[in-house]
Write a protein of this length. Sequence first.
Length: 307
Amino acid sequence: MPKWTTGEIPDLTGRRAVVTGANSGLGLRTALELARHAATVILACRSAERGRAALEQIRAAVPGCDVALGSLDLADLASVRAFAEEHGASGLDLLVNNAGVMALPRRTTADGFELQFGTNHLGHFALTGLLLPALLDRPGARVVTVTSMMHWLGRLDFDDLDGERRYGKWTAYCRSKLANLVFAKELDRCAQGRLTSVAAHPGYAATNLQQAGPRMSGSRIGEMLTGVANTLIAQSDAAGAQPTLYAATAPEVRGGQCYGPRGPGQSRGAPRRVPTLRKADDPELGRRLWEISEKRTGVTYDLLRQT
């Protein structure tokens, strides 16, 4: 199979997309390429300042593009609802659930959930459900949820999803990324062809995500070491965004699959369909996560239950 490049993204004129965490790293690169191929793109960002900087960067790179900024804090369900109310009135062709936090000291969201699980999974679960009417309004709509290679080490401990009894920053991160993958697969099963839901992961890509944890922990050495690793080992954020862009735009993409780098250990390289942890395909696991997520967020996917 020939190596896929962003030059193969089709003309996206008339397509409307939302990209979460689009102010930097993978999200910014994803939004930039979608705009470059004529999509209307909404940058869903927590920081207004960084969001405006990203908006100007994209406009400078793609003059005349149709890109707008939206305020979204996935760690606050009130913010998620406000974003969906503002931007969900029109049809939506593509939702890229990209934003995330990684390996942070234990914190909680505005709604009391462990921050990594609450942001990476529950925030995106709620956002997708609230934007569901807009997605179902467009034939061929896709939802791409960004997971991680670290999902292989994840375990969904339903008795302690918030790490109240025992918290490990990497354990919590792996749990949230496994939840992203399980959600993507369960959404595709529930949609039954009414939309396409897939997962993607960037391999090891250099972004500011890796250094946030050591910075919040006050570890200058950890921050320095992750910076060195990003420089010497990781692929670029542009390369890391390719699996997401492939999953979002390639006509051969199939629902319920995961797309990542084709290189050794799925760490780098051009995108392709990649294997994932077998238990992520378990419908019972998907159903249980779904039920708990609906209960916690108060967001239900009633439109998918209608026949």
